[in-house]
Design a protein around this ligand. Sequence first.
Ligand code: NI
Length: 173
Amino acid sequence: MAIRRILTVDNAADLATLKKISTPVEAVTDELRALMDDMLETMYDAPGIGLAAVQIGEPIRVITMDLAREGEEPAPRYFVNPEILSSSEDTLGYEEGCLSVPEYFDEVERPSKVTIRYLNYQGETVVEEAEGLFAVCIQHEMDHLEGVLFIDHLSRLRRDRAITKVKKARRAA
Ligand code: NI
């Protein structure tokens, strides 16, 4: 396993990659599992609760996630070619962040419940209902597969402010 560099919006080349639409995966192979292992390690190291492959420069439809709280056993999850089968009418506003938009958090409104279908680490098809933080996180990560960042859901003013903040934080680092 290896920790990979996470692309961030303050870098023009990184941003161009983050805007790419990720391509579907043909099969869950050992090579893909090796990438998912790297993604998980990178995500834990950051630390973050979700990561899309495009965030490490691989625009393919793969997501890793772990929503276990501090002190709980790690609960890694892998989503290959995820699709949303249905979304609830009611929405949930949640203060989101993103490893590609470091140090910036803002509220995004999304459907509070979604039904998803994906391939897991073993390549098996899973259909599952997500709500709460899981619903927020899977929709956030699936946006990445379409080249969409959570700040793209904000007004232009707030999005510009987010990028300015990231650039400032980066310079200070
Ligand atoms: Ni993100």
